[in-house]
Design a protein around this ligand. Structure first.
Ligand SMILES: Cc1cc2nc3c(=O)[nH]c(=O)nc-3n(C[C@H](O)[C@H](O)[C@H](O)COP(=O)(O)OP(=O)(O)OC[C@H]3O[C@@H](n4cnc5c(N)ncnc54)[C@H](O)[C@@H]3O)c2cc1C
Length: 431
């Protein structure tokens, strides 16, 4: 079996993983990023979602996230250099109602990620089409991660490992305690429809048609429907499919992918036949993959809870700030409002370094939506900009561990915070 040795291995090149890999390399560690797709970006590029939620504190309009997420928005021309407020963003790419910002082109995100990775090629290597599939644990450490790719099975021996798989794959296989929500949030296949000419009847008709299709048994589940004209005035980006499934179960994940694709086409065909504005439309693309909101999360040294969000608990070792509302998608049909419950809007809250540190294994961190948080709290901390900020913190910590010749599990979170702040990242401050 081929063997690769590195200081830091980042598994998964999604929102958290790309930030983790860049920050680890920029802080001096020899870093390898592996990603199962042929590109980085995770939800942004594998599902096609353009939103950077968790950046803006909705009531004040101020950014609570800086660092790499903001750098990405600057590079894509969405944010001005030195931007700190929603008014410093391109006005055609924001909705003040949601406190949301989006990028104009998800394909460009693949290109930007490649460029940023290659710019760091003295210390950062990427292997696409490479899926982590097993781990070897020895003396409470991840001794190796086994990756499957076109070289066959590859054994990667890293001094520190960062799990950014979204599903906590590495942590789970290494025997770290993890939990899942009951019920899990459903999966969604996003798709795009071209040549739509929206008229005032379009939205109501689109909703009515889906309610009928559901009642008549042609569409098992749906939500919204969200008809979003984010990319062009005549292109409808649709969030409306909803498939309950457990994406950590290979057979169930496959069933969900097939169902999501079928439902996306059912929605398109119903609208094309019956909704004013869709008469001459065509199906551009979906995904390429169905989107997974919710699977495993580690039970780390600290668990972010709803109470922490309600009381804005402060932590000396805060490495990121969250601010998104409780965005809990129920597994059943919901018309209009996509989320269930109160949609509680927290004030900007601290996320402790210890939510990235799993139990039982000393050289592993977990960043992104599978960090340590309760079901309710993770409905807020799972969003993209927050996931990127957590990834940046994990990469910084791993590089500090390499420099100090210690394990990431024993790195002092206050030191991570200090380094992040020196690099213009880290948690929100009033400065
Ligand atoms: C349908 C949907 C809609 C959403 N809407 C919004 C929204 O509007 N705004 C918002 O901010 N957030 C939204 N979210 C939430 C948000 O996108 C995610 O929670 C966020 O992407 C989490 O980042 P992550 O890095 O943890 O995971 P991801 O971005 O999913 O990245 C995980 C990466 O790991 C890779 N990977 C997985 N397993 C392996 C493995 N074993 N080996 C190698 N690579 C692996 C994947 O291919 C992927 O690239 C939505 C999520 C979904 C699913």
């Amino acid at each position: 079996m081929k063997i690769i040795q590195t200081d830091v291995l980042v598994c998964g090149g999604g929102c958290a993983g790309i930030a983790a890999a860049l920050s680890s390399a920029r802080n001096g560690a020899k870093t390898l990023l592996i990603e199962r797709a042929g590109f980085s970006g995770g939800i942004i590029t594998t599902v096609g979602l353009p939103y950077f939620d968790g950046l803006i504190d909705k009531p004040s309009g101020r950014f609570v996230v800086k660092g790499i997420p903001l750098e990405l928005l600057q590079q894509l021309g969405v944010a001005k250099v030195g931007a700190k407020h929603i008014d410093d963003l391109r006005p055609d790419l924001i909705t003040k109602y949601w406190g949301s910002v989006w990028i104009p082109n998800v394909e460009e995100f693949k290109l930007l990620s490649d460029e940023l990775i290659l710019k760091q090629s003295d210390r950062l290597t990427v292997l696409y089409h490479s899926m982590a599939c097993d781990v070897e644990v020895k003396d409470g450490r991840v001794a190796a991660v086994i990756v499957a790719n076109k070289d066959g099975l590859v054994r990667i021996e890293a001094r520190q490992v960062i799990d950014c798989t979204g599903d906590g794959d590495i942590a789970h296989w290494a025997g770290c305690p993890t939990i899942k929500s009951t019920p899990l949030m459903p999966l969604t296949m996003h798709f795009r429809v071209g040549n739509v000419v929206p008229v005032k009847e379009t939205r109501d008709a689109a909703k009515k048609v889906l309610i009928e299709a559901h009642q008549e048994g042609r569409l098992p589940n749906f939500y919204g429907p969200g008809l979003i004209f984010a990319f062009a005035k005549d292109e409808c980006y649709v969030h409306a499919t909803r498939v309950p499934a457990d994406a950590t179960d290979a057979a169930d994940f496959t069933r969900a992918e097939i169902q999501g694709r079928k439902d996306a086409w059912t929605i398109f065909n119903e609208w094309k036949a019956k909704v004013p504005g869709f008469e001459n439309s065509y199906y551009i693309m979906s995904g390429p993959c169905i989107g997974v909101r919710d699977t495993r999360r580690i039970v780390g040294l600290n668990v972010l809870t709803l109470e922490d969000l309600q009381k804005t608990t402060r932590h000396d070792d805060a490495v990121a700030t969250g601010c998104w509302f409780l965005d809990i998608h129920p597994p059943e049909v919901s018309v209009d409002k996509p989320f269930t419950g109160s949609g509680f809007q927290p004030k900007p809250y601290d996320i402790s370094y210890r939510t990235l540190v799993p139990q039982k294994v000393s050289n592993l961190l977990v960043a992104g939506r599978c960090h340590s948080a309760s079901s309710e709290a993770s409905a807020s901390s799972r969003v993209t900009a927050t996931a990127m900020a957590l990834g940046e913190a994990a990469g910084t910590a791993a590089a500090l561990a390499i420099k100090s010749k210690i394990e990431v599990g024993t790195v002092d979170g206050r030191k991570v915070r200090e380094t992040l702040s020196q690099n213009n990242g880290g948690p929100f401050t009033d400065a």
